[in-house]
Design a binder for this molecule. Structure first.
Ligand code: DC
Length: 670
């Protein structure tokens, strides 16, 4: 999960491989609530772990529901349609974050059951309309008050006096979630049959289909007459289906379907596991739209395989009312089409996580596209030629879909990187989106950025490199640890660390089984984190590091760390030898006195005794050996930036290096 301020996606060239997608958001939150309202226990497999489901699970627990969770499997003991008497006095206050799929059905269910509840969310949630649902619920006698602006959360829910004999009217042209919410709530009080009438044209019908199919799985039958009238049978009761497998999210699949459409060869397709073309989710029909634009798609019961068909893609003019969320992905596909594409009937974009119509238009323009934004449509004309593409820093508006679909702009023909601001916002539905993306895309090797951080022992480069990698979301290579591990393995094998053994040690270095796992280092499965950190291990490392054959043996291993989205590499010869084409090389120094003191502090805090004079002598000996050796001696690369951090805090050094890095990027300042 990337929780950095921004993520720079390097220019990408091709895609291929298999992705496993998280569970559907729409299905996950519906079945969580249905399980909680049911009689009996339900085991849900493949539940989406995301902000929205966390909000729902938190609320259910607060309402007295017993929930046991192991990874993506959740077991819920249903409340059999009754809320247990809340412990203690006062209002039960539920925090709904920005989770529309949680607040709406919960509002309806709690309102018909009645009680003393408050539902609040983040600022954006308080701007997302809920008035039509509240109006419908008030008609049938529910007690709901607005605590802020009328028509919007936060809400207070009180005790209801229900009148269910007349049809309940709800508007269907703002959000289908209002109807879904009534469909889920009303079976709780359907002693007699209940009729719901939809006012206006019902939008996002596929989501209603999902609701109806899931209600059926939980034992409730709804008679549908067209899209205007829904009748809930008398004496309806939610009954647990026992166990339920949640389909992978079809909206999440849209990014990978698009990825295959843009960049996968038919001999190495993008395979998506967890959802097939016969999915109950409406967004699966994104496939048809992608096919219209040129995608080649094959499908099985719970998988899809996608590759590029026509190229450039064909422009489309499409009513997207049936795929409102996935249509955002079409907007980015349109960047690769010949001519202008028009996506119509998408007014609902304006009331989602952000005003997606305006947001989409603004960010597409930053990339160089020509965009016309209408009240309920968007028309996109791609940049006229590679020269017209721009390197853009994409603002994501706390909207997961903005972040996910714009990453696909990294396939631009101009070979420009794309900056995604606040990449962590994907947590709403797909926390590991970028990891999944990077596992199935390729970039030209030199397009993957490397920042080299070389310098003498105890100059602080390890700490600075780690901080830099964290700030940028990059991988980290502590190359010194590879020499330390090699030396340790040689000593364990009973070898002396002199030139007579050079060949044997080099052979050993090519076969090392090393794992870097968070802060742990394992050699042949054994934790060697502490063993390689001693002063003796450092000295031994310096000895094997002077052997040309050992250095050569470790070269490919080190270069293998250059992976998407980028790498920070610390060592002695990162800039001079291993990554000589790196766009930024820093040579970090500090006075000998400072370095000895830092090392002293580090050792003492790790419970290792040491004296300053002996450390100073050790450091001098190592520096002398590292600088005097015949291959890759310690010295700054010609194009390295020198940084003496003797008097700088780590924060100051980090800010300076980040500033240098920004200066190399086409996006401007942070
Ligand atoms: O950075 P460190 O103290 O963990 O490195 C241990 C030894 O390995 C150091 O004395 C020099 C050597 N080394 C090297 O020669 N080249 C590198 N890229 C990294 C470390």
């Amino acid at each position: 999960m990337f929780s950095t301020a921004f993520l720079d996606v390097p220019p990408l060239t091709s895609a291929g491989g298999t992705v496993f997608l998280p569970g559907s958001k729409s299905i996950s939150n519906r079945v969580l609530l249905l399980s909680a309202l049911s009689q009996g226990s339900t085991t849900l497999h493949g539940l989406l772990e995301s902000d929205d489901t966390r909000v729902m699970l938190g609320a259910l627990r607060q309402l007295g529901c017993e929930v046991r969770q192991t990874g993506s499997t959740v077991e819920i003991d249903g409340l059999a349609g009754r809320l247990p008497h809340p412990k203690g006095e006062g209002t039960c206050s539920l925090f709904m974050g920005n989770a529309g799929t949680a607040i709406r059905p919960l509002t309806a269910a709690l309102a018909v059951l009645g009680g003393d509840f408050e539902l609040r969310g983040v600022a954006r949630m308080h701007e997302r309309p809920i008035g039509d649902l509240v109006d419908a619920l008030r008609q049938l006698g529910c007690q709901i008050d607005y605590l802020g602006q009328a028509g919007f959360p936060p809400l207070h829910i009180g005790h209801a006096t229900l009148k269910l004999d007349k049809p309940i009217r709800v508007r269907g042209d703002v959000s289908s979630q209002f109807l879904t919410s009534l469909l889920i709530a009303l079976p709780l009080v359907a002693q007699k049959s209940i009729v719901i009438e939809v006012l206006g044209e019902l939008i996002s019908r596929p989501y209603i289909q999902i609701t109806l199919k899931l209600l059926e799985r939980f034992g409730v039958v709804v008679k549908r007459e067209g899209w205007q009238r829904f009748t809930i049978a008398a004496d309806s009761q939610f009954k647990s289906p026992g166990a339920l497998q949640i389909e992978a999210d079809a909206s999440s699949a849209s990014y990978f379907i698009a990825l295959g459409t843009i960049a996968a060869d038919h001999r190495n397709k993008i395979r998506i596991e967890g959802v097939g073309a016969d999915s109950i989710q409406g967004d699966i029909r994104f496939i048809e739209a992608a096919q219209k634009m040129g995608a080649q798609v094959e499908s099985g019961s719970s998988w899809l395989e996608v590759s590029r068909g026509s190229w450039p893609l064909k422009a489309i003019d499409l009513d997207c009312n049936h795929i409102p969320d996935a249509a955002m992905t079409l907007a980015v596909l349109a960047l690769y089409a010949k001519g202008s594409s028009t996506l119509r009937n998408i007014a609902s974009w304006r009331v989602k996580e952000t005003d997606r119509l305006t947001a989409m238009a603004c960010e597409l323009r930053k990339l160089g596209a020509t965009v016309e934004e209408g009240a309920d449509f968007i028309r996109i004309t791609p940049p006229a030629s590679p020269d017209h593409w721009r390197a853009a820093s994409i603002h994501t508006y706390d909207d997961h879909r903005m972040a996910m679909c714009f990453a696909l702009a990294a396939f631009n023909p101009a070979g420009l990187p794309v900056r995604i601001e606040d990449p962590g916002c994907v947590a709403k539905t797909f926390p590991d989106y970028f990891e999944a993306l990077f596992s199935v895309v390729q970039a030209l090797p030199h397009a993957i950025p490397v920042i080299c951080m070389d310098g003498p022992s105890a100059s602080g480069k390890g700490t600075l490199a780690a901080a830099l990698a964290k700030a940028l979301g990059y991988h980290l290579l502590d190359s010194g640890s590879l020499y330390r591990i090699t030396a340790l393995a040689a000593v364990q094998a009973g070898l002396t660390l002199d030139s007579l053994q050079e060949q044997t040690i080099a052979a050993l270095a090519t076969k090392l089984k090393i794992e870097f796992d968070q802060n742990l280092v394992r050699l042949d499965g054994v934790d060697v984190t502490a063993a390689i950190r001693s002063e003796e291990a450092g000295m031994n490392a310096s000895k094997v590091a002077a052997m040309p054959q050992v250095r050569l043996a470790l070269l490919n291993l080190q270069r293998g760390f250059r992976q998407l989205p980028g790498l920070v590499a610390d060592g002695r010869d990162m800039g001079t030898v291993v990554f000589s084409d790196a766009p930024l090389k820093v040579f970090l120094t500090a006075s000998a006195e400072q370095r000895a003191q830092r090392r002293h502090k580090q050792l003492i805090s790790n419970g290792i005794s040491a004296t300053l004079p002996s450390l100073r002598a050790d450091l001098q000996a190592r520096d002398a050996r590292d600088s005097a050796r015949s291959v890759a001696p310690l010295k700054p690369a010609q194009d390295a930036k020198l940084l003496d951090n003797s008097d700088l805090s780590i924060e100051k050094s980090l800010a300076l290096v980040l500033h240098w890095w920004q200066g190399k990027q086409p996006f401007g300042a942070i």
